[in-house]
Design a protein around this ligand. Structure first.
Ligand SMILES: [Zn+2]
Length: 137
């Protein structure tokens, strides 16, 4: 079953500093074009978000360095749960996490979370058994 992902809304203004956000070449971040070459970039600070290939649909909300680091840490805790299990797949793992967070599973992506939510996820997942005993979605 394909995991259907809702497009994240295009950002008009930065969540962090309120400045205008532009759709541009990601060479402004990496020094040269990288991957699909496009991104959203805040004009006031160094927040950015990548886009899905050949679209202007953001991959995630705008993130600063701290959020990018938090997302990496969340994935390091979350991904082994489904990658190393014969019983739970990726979308089921997101379903469990959504259940614990009490949010719709369609809104449950680390890339969509703000700093507060990422910290909450870290706290939940620091208990190695977080996904046991939660009702299936
Ligand atoms: Zn900004």
């Amino acid at each position: 079953m394909k995991n259907k992902v809702k497009p994240y809304p295009v950002p008009a203004n930065c969540d962090f500093c309120g400045s205008a956000v532009i759709f541009t070449s990601n060479s402004v971040i990496y020094g040269k074009e990288f991957g699909n070459g496009k991104c959203y970039k805040c004009t006031g600070c160094d927040c950015s978000a990548g886009v899905h290939d050949r679209t202007e649909i953001p991959l995630s909300r705008l993130a600063d360095k701290e959020m990018r680091d938090l997302k990496k840490k969340c994935h390091a805790l979350f991904d082994p749960v489904w990658q190393e299990s014969a019983y739970i797949n990726r979308s089921q793992a997101y379903g469990k996490l959504a259940n614990v967070l009490n949010i719709p599973v369609g809104d449950c992506h680390f890339g969509w979370f703000d700093k507060y939510m990422l910290l909450r996820c870290m706290e939940i997942m620091s208990d190695k058994k977080w996904y046991i005993g939660v009702n299936w979605k």
